[in-house]
Design a protein around this ligand. Structure first.
Ligand code: ADP
Ligand code: MG
Length: 256
């Protein structure tokens, strides 16, 4: 049965450093961020500012950080919590078929997956024709769809997406953003979506977190009245807001 339990994400004074040649390189500095139950937050920042590192910490894949990171007040543990993570490289297993990859999130939790649920998810994402292929036989965009199908079939408490639509052409990207929104409106999963597209941050984030670089830190957080207003892309209000967001980004990225 579908579960619809959204968790709240809370990060306090979160800092992270990688060891490179025995030296500490600080990547994230004093990140304070809260994503409420069922909220979608988009995170936009320049390349290399630490977006993927941030998502990996929330996914429970990196542990040696300073500060606190919790889901519903509990420390993050992928075995205990239902975390849907769509990494930047899609995270598909090359030796498994599309269908097996989609079911993977459920199977590793020893859950039965209903045939009709898998088929309907593949149909929504337009990948049912490839169900027996392997990832290498798919384009980057098709692999992204498989990753998205797997994430939503899991019905996670928290969904983390690392530049989920970046490998797509502009038109397909907009179609996939609509698919994402319609799935999100059904599941209301707490989501953090990393992007470097201003329009994507605007369409897909109720809240938009702007990161600045070196070390990665929060420069600004905006409430976004245009969330989910995909049909307004061509309207003046959308254009005005995207200009405003661009200005805020330019101001902050140039300070780095
Ligand atoms: P983004 O996703 O915003 O492009 P990342 O989180 O991938 O940024 O990387 C942030 C910074 O940390 C970059 O300077 C990158 O080179 C560095 N980095 C990422 N992963 C590692 C790693 N495993 N070891 C050392 N440095 C890393
Ligand atoms: Mg990245």
């Amino acid at each position: 049965r579908a579960r619809f339990i959204a968790a709240m994400i809370d990060l306090q004074h979160l800092s992270y450093a990688y060891m490179v040649d025995k030296k500490c390189v600080q990547v994230l500095h004093d990140i304070n961020m809260h994503v409420g139950k069922g909220e979608v937050c988009s995170v936009i920042g320049p390349s290399g500012c630490g977006k993927s590192t941030l998502l990996k910490i929330i996914a429970g894949l990196l542990h040696d950080y300073d500060g606190t990171a919790t889901l519903d007040g509990n420390s993050i543990c992928p075995n205990r919590q239902r975390i849907g993570f769509m990494p930047q490289d899609y995270g598909l297993l090359p030796w498994k078929t599309v269908r097996d990859n989609i079911e993977l999130g459920r199977k590793i939790r020893h859950e039965r997956v209903q045939e009709k649920d898998v088929v309907s998810m593949m149909q929504r994402l337009g990948i049912e024709a490839f169900s027996n292929r392997h990832p290498r036989e798919l384009s980057g965009g098709q692999q992204q769809r498989v990753g998205l199908a797997r994430a939503f079939l899991l019905h996670p408490d928290v969904l983390l997406m690392d530049e989920p639509f970046s490998a797509l052409d502009a038109i397909t990207r907009e179609e996939m953003q609509e698919v994402f929104l319609s799935l999100w409106h059904e599941q209301h999963v707490t989501t953090v979506l990393v992007t470097h597209y201003v329009e994507e941050a605007l369409c897909l984030g109720q809240k938009i977190v702007i990161l600045a670089d070196a070390p990665g830190r929060i420069a600004d957080v905006l409430d976004n009245p245009l969330f989910s207003c995909i049909d307004q892309r061509s309207k003046p209000e959308f254009f005005r807001m995207s200009c405003y967001l661009r200005e805020r980004i330019k101001e902050n990225w140039s300070k780095a």
